[in-house]
Write a protein that binds this ligand. Structure first.
Ligand code: SF4
Length: 476
């Protein structure tokens, strides 16, 4: 998972790009970078680390220009994390700066086709082969002086050759003008939006929260399969390159995106709230009752509030999250593992003691953390512990850019669907477990979504070879 920002038409973009990136730091903490263009020279600063370290004021002070892009990286492709894997990437001929969010599923095929033409990749990040294909297709049309039509043709060729999910932002010369370029794969699986500011500047970003921070008003999402060209002070050019059914990732709305972002058809916070309300109805229909609803922070808060509202039960903060605990070492024994969990998430005894507790979480992947939370909660002496998950069971891996384990590690994939909830509740030591049904999710979000990790219906089919390659990378 990653995030990007792009800006054109404003003085000295670098510090603004950094602010934008800080607002989407949750999308990737592994590496960060910004690239700018001052009309003569590219400038690129990137490295492993968080935005505040890599792009500290002293590191970007020299970066000039009124157009640029930035990226935060969470590696879902690439076996190593080195500086070379950080984005943005650049080509000199034609001159392009590029970053993307997503995951290419046919990297070996793409890199092989590039190698046959004498082009070699230098990193294990899939943005690089994507950039090289884009550059190669542009060069096939003409060496320099590319037009909007050339770019649309090259993007169409990228769509034919590059499989998977990707939202892309780039800087290059188009129609003789410095241009901020953006396109989204034909299904629009990964997010992307754009906005304008009163001074005539344009901005694109993975999430609208970055637009808010820099005082841009969101105009729209980047449309699936569309190419957009932004120039300073002008209306953007929008070209429909491919038409396929949009299937944006629903897991962004469940777990990944910031709640204050607006994606496709609504505020993420509101969508989580609606999922919670739907789940409350499904939960109550089973005849369960609770005295208190508690969210496992932070993602689950809106869903827990909605469940409490719908059920007429108080909603309480039952856990205090430690924002400074960072990564803890893998503990050798159960007692130290418990201590590590309490360091991160400490329960407040009075909230739980003697109560029928309804605990709300966004998803269950491996199930081990949830089991440890329930175990820790039993020490608080609740009368009952009921688990409510505001997503359906995760049974299939994601190949489109969300970091998920392989199918063998997904706890729901190892159990029969018929008695999954009972079996899992028993394994976790809970009195019950209820998932939001896939029908319930679609009731809230509609059916034009990617929900492949729940129903196995992949918008871009994955061949056996692609599956093996991605699984091997995950194991590494
Ligand atoms: S498979 Fe799941 S996580 Fe991956 S893009 Fe689709 S909905 Fe999102």
């Amino acid at each position: 998972m990653c995030g990007f920002v792009g800006l054109i038409g404003t003085d000295t973009v670098a510090p603004q790009l950094v602010l934008g990136l800080q607002s989407i730091q949750h999308r990737g903490q592994d590496a960060a970078g910004v690239a700018t263009f001052d009309g003569v020279r590219w400038d690129l600063t990137k490295d492993l680390g968080m935005v505040a370290q890599v792009l500290a004021a002293d590191n970007i002070r020299h970066m000039q220009g009124s157009v640029g892009i930035g990226h935060v990286r969470y590696p879902t492709a690439g076996t190593t994390s080195t500086r070379q894997d950080a984005q943005p990437f650049q080509t000199r001929r034609p001159g392009i700066l590029l970053a993307h969010n997503g995951n290419l599923t046919n990297v070996p095929e793409v890199t092989q086709s590039l190698r046959m033409e004498g082009m070699h990749v230098l990193s294990s990040c899939d943005a690089e082969p994507l950039l090289l294909v884009f550059a190669q297709e542009l060069t096939k049309i003409r060496a320099a002086g590319h037009t909007s039509d050339d770019v649309a043709q090259a993007v169409a060729a990228v769509f034919r050759r590059v499989r998977g999910a990707y939202s892309v932002v780039a800087v290059m010369e188009v129609d003789g003008e410095t241009t901020l370029v953006a396109f989204r794969d034909p299904h629009g699986i990964r997010p992307g939006c754009y906005g304008r500011r009163a001074d005539g500047a344009w901005m694109v970003s993975s999430e609208s929260v970055a637009l808010d921070v820099l005082d841009f008003k969101k105009v729209d999402d980047l449309r699936a399969g569309d190419l957009m060209l932004f120039r300073a002070g002008k209306e953007p050019v929008q070209i429909e390159v491919a038409t396929k059914k949009p299937q944006p990732c629903v897991f962004e709305r469940i777990y990944f995106a910031r709640p204050d972002s607006v994606m496709e058809d609504g505020r993420v916070n509101r969508q989580r709230w609606r999922m919670g309300r739907q789940l409350a109805r499904e939960w109550a229909a089973k005849g369960y009752e609770a005295d208190v609803v508690v969210a496992i922070p932070d993602t689950s808060r809106p869903a827990a509030m909605a469940m409490a509202d719908e059920l007429g039960v108080p909603n309480r903060e039952g856990f205090i999250k430690n924002r400074y605990s960072g990564r803890t070492f893998i503990m050798p024994d159960a007692a130290s593992r418990k201590a590590a969990l309490r360091l991160k998430l400490n329960p407040i005894q009075e909230i739980f003691e003697g109560k029928r507790v309804l605990l709300v979480d966004d998803s269950v992947v491996r199930g081990s953390t949830m089991a440890r939370i329930v175990d820790m909660l039993r020490d608080m002496k609740p009368k009952e512990v009921h688990l409510a998950i505001f997503s359906p069971p995760v049974r299939h891996p994601c190949f489109y850019g969300i970091d998920m384990p392989s199918q063998e590690e997904l706890v729901a994939a190892q159990m029969s669907p018929d008695d999954l909830e009972t079996t899992l509740a028993n394994r976790m030591g809970a009195d019950s477990l209820t998932y939001l049904t896939i029908e319930g999710l679609q009731e809230v979000m509609g059916s034009d979504i990617c929900a492949a990790c729940f129903n196995g219906d992949y918008a871009v089919p994955i061949s056996d070879d692609e599956r093996s390659f991605i699984n091997a990378e995950r194991r590494d």
